[in-house]
Ligand binder design. Structure first.
Ligand SMILES: NC(=O)c1ccc[n+]([C@@H]2O[C@H](COP(=O)([O-])OP(=O)(O)OC[C@H]3O[C@@H](n4cnc5c(N)ncnc54)[C@H](OP(=O)(O)O)[C@@H]3O)[C@@H](O)[C@H]2O)c1
Length: 311
């Protein structure tokens, strides 16, 4: 299958491109800079220059393509940037999807995968969250809910075959926020937030890539899947274990701001409790997380850094 990927140079994209190529697919990636083009070539993908705003250009780029994955996003780097940056970010998430849908109709591409964000559920305390749980998106996650609606409408009208994946909190060896979190915990500079009881759905980046590939290969039209590991974890438990593995001191129980260490993570989502179940993805997509819990996932990352001497 030839797959057109936006955001192929981002955190999830850098895991998805090799995953697709390993499974015999070809990738065309949208690149807005020379650096992005070079990265795509290095990953053995074809680079297509553009920012996803020109429908003509997108239609040409989709010639010979079988499916689209829309990963391009732009999460504001900090709270101060939110007011100014959200309209532009919405343009990337929703506006580019609308352009891709128009271009795909012109080019006859049917399958469109949208890997969105668990934050659309809002806060659900200790309840299990399935794909049936009502959504309560806040300002930060509203563009993701809008993009979902757009794709579902297009699928209901049989103009495309859309699949929505609600990704958990992605961590990776090459993610600045993962490195920042472990760095801060090791130095005793990160606190548990409030009572730390909120559940965070964790997802190793390689498992995010696996889920997107499965969604492409199976393409169940109009379906929505929660994608996370098998064990959503309370923030306090996660941080206590990570601090111990990173060789840090016991954690202070404080409401310290986390932002200096978490880089471009969407901060408002950190206060949400989303105990997300991956049962449907396992049953219908055949999703099998290689890192079933944060324990295997973070340990593998810490081991990798040790081997490289960058821990
Ligand atoms: N990371 C997480 O924890 C997480 C969790 C849940 C869901 N998700 C979702 O997964 C998806 C991918 O996230 P990510 O973390 O991989 O994102 P990311 O690392 O921030 O990467 C964003 C990508 O979008 C591209 N991009 C941004 N604006 C563009 C534009 N105008 N034209 C073309 N390309 C543009 C960037 O290209 P450049 O190389 O040019 O910068 C980059 O490849 C998003 O929908 C995100 O919401 C992520």
């Amino acid at each position: 299958m030839r797959v057109f990927v936006t955001g192929a140079t981002g955190l999830v994209g850098r895991a998805l491109v090799p995953e697709l190529i390993r499974h015999g697919h070809d990738v065309v990636g949208l690149a807005r800079t020379i650096a992005s083009r070079s990265m795509l070539h290095a990953m053995r993908a074809v680079a297509c220059s553009g920012q996803g705003a020109d429908v003509e250009l997108l239609s040409d780029a989709l010639s010979g393509v079988h499916a689209i994955v829309h990963l391009a996003t732009g999460i504001p780097a900090n709270e101060a940037a939110v007011e100014d940056e959200w309209p532009r970010k919405r343009e990337v998430i929703v506006g580019m999807l609308a352009n891709l849908l128009e271009a795909s109709e012109r080019s006859g591409v049917r399958t469109v995968i949208f890997p969105g964000f668990y934050g659309v559920y809002g806060d659900h305390g200790d309840e299990w969250v399935t794909e049936e749980t009502p959504l309560a998106p806040d300002k930060a996650s509203r563009p993701f809910a809008e993009a979902e609606e757009l794709l579902l409408r297009s699928t209901e009208a049989r103009r495309s075959i859309g699949v929505i994946l609600r990704l958990g909190m992605v961590y990776a060896a090459d993610a600045l926020h993962t490195r920042g979190l472990l760095y801060g915990l090791r130095r005793g500079q990160i606190a548990i937030r409030g009572d730390g009881r909120m559940y965070w759905p964790q997802l190793h980046v390689e498992d995010a890539a696996q889920a997107i590939r499965l969604a492409l290969e199976r393409s169940p039209a109009g379906e929505i899947f929660n994608i996370c590991d098998n064990e959503p974890v309370r923030q306090s438990e996660l941080y206590r274990h990570l601090a111990a593995w990173a060789g840090g001191p016991p954690l202070p129980s404080d409401t310290g701001p986390l932002s200096p260490y978490l880089g471009s993570l969407n901060l408002s989502s950190l206060s949400l409790s989303v105990r997300m179940s991956n049962r449907k993805a396992k049953a219908k997509l055949g999703f099998k997380p290689r890192y079933p819990t944060y324990r295997e996932g973070y340990r593998a990352i810490i081991e990798e850094w040790k081997r490289e001497g960058t821990d």
